[in-house]
Design a protein around this ligand. Sequence first.
Ligand SMILES: [Zn+2]
Length: 349
Amino acid sequence: MIPDFLKSPPLGKPWLLYAFLGTSLVLNLTLAFQGDDASTEMAVATAAPAEAVAQVATIAPEAPNVAIPPELVPPLPEPLGVTRRAGTTVFSAPVQGSLSATFQNAPSASPAALSAVYSRLFVWDIDVRRDLHKGDRVDVLFEENEGAEPLVLAARLTLNPGASTERVVDAFRYQAQGDRFASYWSTDGTEVPRRLIDGPLGDYEQITSLLKDRPTHEGMDFKTPIGSDVLAPRAAKVLRVNWNHAANGNCIELRFTDGATAKFLHLNENDVKEGQSVTAGEVIARSGNTGRSTGPHLHYQIEKGGRVVDPVDYHGTLRRKLPAELMADFGKKSAELGAQLETEVATAM
Ligand SMILES: [Zn+2]
């Protein structure tokens, strides 16, 4: 029994209601498309969000007519601040409690997934659990394609809007010349997501899971196509390969000269053997989607003295700047995206 209002666009997908179950820990979400190796442990640690999103992802393509128990059907008013153009949607809303609660009524097949993708952009600048307050504002321009997580084209987070302490963080999707993937850049041409210094991949689509967001998951996940070169970040000795293959898939563990170890999981092909020495920057494998992984990605995990260490702390991070010669082009494209992002604001006045 599905109420009629759930059948009409854009809410014509009752399974989207599963997303409403996951409204607490935004960054603990595992998106089926970003891939993850620790879904089992996650399900234990954060049962509701993990299961909620996993269900959206799993049943979305085949099961649009799953019956929703009446008690799970929340009121779904059409949120204010929604504008649609061909292919893209703008969602603007004041922050209500958590970020996932703020996105709860977003006009998306999976508001929880949209919330997670949005928060991934700003997690480098703010603690989305502590620093967000009621009345702060989110704006996001996105498009959705079946079978993929929402693609954010532009996003803005405004803290303390209207106050003297107002702070606006923008992120515009833009592919810099010479980069293999588009990334997100703020108005002044600074890259929004940080990068590890001498990390395990030369380039990648996005870091989709940070240790601090999900401590039960012991590594960092890089979304990257199968076949991406995986590098030894530092000179090292190969400790072991392909242990616990069912979960890890093809995998490598290195010991760096300082004693820290690094694990690389879900690889497509290994190029190294146990006992071998490798130099910093040497290609040791091709990334993949093997073992317990739901999408092409590299899981990278550091341990030292028997403890898991955050790769962000171990490597340090940097932020790239767009080269000056790209700023005119970026300025034009980000202005177009910014104008679309502000469509709703303009029409609402
Ligand atoms: Zn992982």
